[in-house]
Write a protein that binds this ligand. Structure first.
Ligand code: TRP
Length: 331
């Protein structure tokens, strides 16, 4: 890596099928860094087991997430693509950072509160310390920029706080990372309950559009999307359903709110929903075709994750040995 080259790190959990929210809010943005930055994109399987997983499905989705990274445009020659558990330094630094993360800080994490409410029978310690492992992911690579969806903002802030705290005690050790949270793609909401985030674990299949959904499913889901009793396509407070559809349309077409309002002036919600469906299906078609090709080539996926892990481990080891020395471990 060049000395002045900035570093980007992000991760996606291989739990559940990825949605257009994951695509528009995170993965699609990853590609914009490939040329100018040293980029690490990780499939975070260690994070996935904070919620109970079916082992065969976790394994399958790990391959799928890697294939989706590439299908979305991440060339493994230009980006380090790897699986978190293949680089044990993540777990090791995760433990160390647990000891520099406060119980009170973790208790304030909204994702922890949401997930514990949803998984009341399995509020495990890993779910609680999830953000310190995420901090380890980021800090291991001396990351400058972390592209994530808005829902991860609090976790990024925690990673910064942990880095600053550690640096204060031991002297400069970690780069203090910045989140890259695109404001031009708002949070994508559920099609059925547009005040809630579109979640890959939603039980209502019509609420969620998956990256791998085929056109007829996409059209059906948008046709059923919840709107409001008004009938004007306009971005406005209280029109959560329409605002969400406008955001999705905007993300796939590049059109502004004003352009969309003009385009659908005098037309009803029905026409608008069909147009959103078309734009979404068209926008995903290329990714899906490439995905189909990649997922069939398991040997290539395995070679890619192996090469990625070797590369990542090289950089991770540098930070980890520095940390071990600073905290006083014998080498
Ligand atoms: N918590 C992130 C999410 O659910 C996934 C993640 C794990 C991550 N480690 C990361 C994202 C490090 C960015 C950087 O979306």
């Amino acid at each position: 890596m060049l000395n002045d080259q900035k570093i980007v790190f992000s991760g996606v959990q291989p739990s559940g099928n990825l949605t257009i929210g994951n695509y528009l809010g995170a993965i699609k943005n990853f590609t914009r860094f490939s040329e100018e930055y040293k980029t690490f994109y990780c499939v975070v399987d260690l994070h996935a087991i904070t919620v109970r997983q079916v082992p065969a499905e976790l394994r399958r989705r790990t391959y799928e997430t890697l294939a989706l990274y590439m299908a979305a445009g991440l060339d493994p020659k230009k980006n380090t693509l790897f699986v978190q558990s293949h680089v044990p330094a993540h777990a090791e630094l995760g433990w160390i950072l647990d000891c520099y993360t406060m119980f009170g800080e973790l208790s304030r994490m909204t994702q922890f509160k949401d997930k514990s409410a949803k998984n009341a029978q399995n509020i495990n310690a890993g779910l609680f310390t999830y953000p310190s492992l995420m901090a380890a992911d980021i800090l291991l690579y001396q990351t400058d920029v972390v592209p994530v969806g808005i829902d991860q903002k609090q976790h990024i802030e925690l990673a910064r706080d942990v880095a600053l705290r550690f640096n204060q005690v031991y002297g400069d050790t970690f780069t203090v990372p910045e989140g890259f949270i695109p404001t031009d793609t708002m949070k994508i909401m559920s099609l059925a309950e547009p005040t809630l985030k579109m979640s890959k674990s939603d039980e209502n299949a019509n609420a969620v559009v998956y990256i791998l959904d085929r056109k007829d499913d996409i059209m059906r889901k948008f046709k059923r999307a919840v709107t409001d009793s008004d009938s004007v396509v306009r971005y406005a407070e209280g029109k959560d359903g329409i605002n969400n559809l406008m955001n999705i349309y905007r993300a796939f077409t590049g059109k502004s709110y004003e352009e969309i309002e003009r385009e659908f002036d005098g037309k009803g919600y029905g026409d608008f929903k069909m147009a959103v469906g078309e734009a979404c299906a068209d926008g995903l078609a290329g990714v899906q075709a490439e995905y189909d090709r990649l997922i069939a080539d398991k040997a290539f996926l395995e070679a890619t994750m192996k090469a990625g892990a070797d590369e990542a481990a090289y950089y991770a080891r540098k930070t980890l040995s520095k940390v071990r020395r600073k905290v006083g471990f014998v080498n």
